[in-house]
Design a protein around this ligand. Structure first.
Ligand code: ZN
Length: 233
């Protein structure tokens, strides 16, 4: 029986490494993304470029990459009223969460992904959720995702697993994983093509990629890259 997975693939660094991880393991890998009125559409534009360039790295990845699904969720943007969907400053809110947090976003994404996966005979979902760098996001925690996998399995009467290869890695270790999976070519692709910056900035090119360099996402990405590169010397 062939092994199959659906990867939540946004076009950012983390989900690109997850996609390479899944392509390395599973025979058929489909991708899914959500258009929920993100403040900047650059991530959705970049993901198409990443998908195209990723398959050029390894011929077996080309054979394994299956359908891509783009799901429109405009209501999520309307009800969340956060910095990702409005022109608002990114700050820590009273409950200690960054204002970029869309409440329950990953729960919704994974539930939609499971509904599509079910129809396609796939029981394995893969996502880049991580406790290490984003401990403020309760829907990225392992306990949340284990509970959701149990709920999805019960609610759809089918076995679902949620695999999170980055759960306990920091950003330096995520760069190292990219290098292990696809060598320097995958590292280069992540630098050139993936998008992480909260401000949608792609004019400034740094060693670690494009971005404003000052938002929390850029800072994490830069710090991880420098720490990984300095550990290699
Ligand atoms: Zn930035």
């Amino acid at each position: 029986m062939s092994s199959k997975a659906v990867v939540l693939f946004s076009g950012g660094q983390d989900s690109t490494v997850c996609l390479a991880w899944a392509l390395d393991r599973y025979e058929t890998v489909e991708t899914i993304a959500f258009d929920y009125g993100q403040r900047h559409r650059v991530e959705l534009d970049q993901r198409r470029i990443v998908l195209r360039n990723l398959t050029a790295i390894n011929p077996s990845w080309q054979n394994r990459l299956g359908e891509d699904h783009l799901v429109g969720l405009p209501e999520l943007g309307k009800i969340s009223e956060t910095a990702l969907t409005r022109e608002a400053e990114i700050v820590l809110t009273e409950n200690g969460l960054p204002s970029t947090f869309v409440p329950g976003r990953n729960l919704l994404f994974l539930t939609y992904a499971a509904a599509i996966a079910y129809r396609r005979g796939i029981g394995r979902l893969v996502g880049g959720m991580c406790e290490t760098d984003y401990s403020g996001y309760p829907d990225c925690r392992n306990a949340t995702l284990e509970s959701l996998a149990a709920t999805l399995s019960l609610g759809m009467d089918a076995k679902f697993s949620i695999e999170t290869p980055l759960m306990y890695l920091d950003k330096a270790q995520t760069w190292a994983m990219a290098e292990e999976l696809g060598g320097e070519r995958l590292v280069e692709l992540i630098v050139e093509d993936t998008h992480t910056c909260y401000l949608g900035e792609r004019t400034g090119r740094h060693d670690w990629g494009y971005g404003c360099g000052g938002c929390p996402a850029c800072e994490l990405r830069a710090k991880g890259y420098l720490s990984w590169r300095s550990a290699m010397i």
